[in-house]
Write a new protein. Structure first.
Length: 193
């Protein structure tokens, strides 16, 4: 019973830690939110162009919906603005894949050896991820604090081209989730007033 409680606690804490930590200022009032996306990784210009185009289309789709505010991409506007700075994209290499596979095989062997002596143990396996951190810095009237979100997807035994395709899909999902979360917080903050 104790091991089940520990397992449940670990699973719940992993979901809590994985959430996005973007918090709007409770007193924020605006009808237009200005965003600026900056990419620091200059190693893949084609991917950067695709991500900028994708970001534009996400903003257009958001503005077509009935939301509490509109989003505009504008790097010159200083009030009611959020700067999104994308860090370097970390791809999964073949060396990482080989190390992870070896470690997973060792864990399977350890689980087989331990199984007769202990109650059933749920084995876990490591999966390498392609990821990129995005830092959000807003004006004090907009964001309560500086925040980070992560765009990540599984990259286990995938070529770089496949990792890029999956990263673009995940970038789309992450931005849509971020915008919807900001809209939900704004609606909640303004309904209390």
């Amino acid at each position: 019973m104790r091991s089940i409680s520990i397992l449940i606690l670990i699973i719940i804490s992993s979901f809590i830690a994985a959430g996005q930590n973007v918090v709007l200022n409770k007193l924020a009032k605006f009808d237009t939110l200005y965003l600026n996306l900056v990419q620091t990784d200059t190693s893949d210009a084609a991917l950067n162009k695709e991500l900028f185009a994708q970001f534009d289309s996400i903003v257009i789709n958001f503005n077509k919906q009935d939301k509490q505010f509109k989003i505009k991409i504008d790097s010159t506007h200083k009030a009611n603005s959020i700067l999104l700075t994308m860090g370097k994209i970390k791809y999964v290499t073949w060396k990482q894949n080989l190390w992870i596979t070896g470690l997973d095989l060792a864990m399977i062997g350890a689980n087989i050896l331990i199984l007769p002596y202990f109650p059933p143990i749920i084995p876990f396996y490591l999966m390498p991820y392609t990821y990129c951190k995005i830092t959000l810095e807003g004006t004090p009237k907009i964001l309560a604090q500086k925040a980070k979100i992560v765009v990540s997807n599984e990259g286990y035994f995938m070529k770089r081209k496949e990792q890029r395709v999956r990263l673009k899909k995940q970038f789309d999902r992450t931005c849509v989730k971020l915008f919807n979360q900001l809209n939900k917080q704004y609606k909640k903050n303004n309904s209390l007033v």
